[in-house]
Design a protein around this ligand. Structure first.
Ligand code: CMX
Length: 143
């Protein structure tokens, strides 16, 4: 099942500019940054409050053909995904597939901080791109 909200992802054109905006406007600070070549993103995780709850993920495109670049072209910057923490991404994906929802990947891919991820197609989830995140074992669940 779904354990909790892991993070909410926001598409931005420029990561450094967005990080300055979130720091200056909301006092939110980056706790983790990485580049995921396979996903075509530069991303940052921002902690909210005591840092124990869900995080805010800023996603900037690495390439014009990436999912984030396509999202920005179509919608401009804004909410792109809602991610849930799961204990076992394969089991969670299988349960959703059994209920008729389309998962984007046959097998999990690598997400933030070595997590294992999959996505439910937004057309099968009420217009929301849903990410399933199994945190890296033993590691800090950053995404
Ligand atoms: N949220 C809600 N709806 C979305 C959406 C999103 N993020 N992205 C696309 N859609 C909608 C489009 O508006 C479109 O709707 P209409 O047909 O009504 O116009 C429809 O979905 C398009 O679907 P599609 O043609 O099948 O797919 P796209 O080429 O638009 O790509 C998606 C959408 C979800 C398959 C693609 O973005 C994807 O593969 N995402 C998963 C990977 C990803 O997002 N990586 C970046 C984050 C990395 C990370 O989190 O680590």
């Amino acid at each position: 099942g779904l354990l909790r909200i892991d993070h909410v992802g926001i598409a931005v054109a420029d990561l450094d500019e967005a990080l300055r905006f979130y720091a200056d406007s909301f006092g939110l600070h980056c706790v983790h940054q990485e580049t995921n070549e396979e996903q075509g993103v530069r991303e940052a995780m921002l902690a909210v409050g005591d840092g124990d709850g869900p995080r805010l993920q800023l996603l900037a495109p690495l390439r014009p053909d990436s999912a984030i670049a396509k999202f920005l072209d179509r919608n401009g910057p804004g909410l792109q995904q809602l991610a849930y923490t799961v204990t076992d991404v394969e089991a969670a994906a299988a349960a959703l597939r059994a209920r008729g929802l389309r998962l984007l990947y046959d097998a999990p891919k690598r997400g933030t901080g070595g997590s294992r991820i999959n996505f439910v197609h937004p057309k099968d989830a009420g217009g929301v791109l849903v990410e399933l995140v199994e945190p890296a074992s033993g590691g800090t669940p950053v995404g």
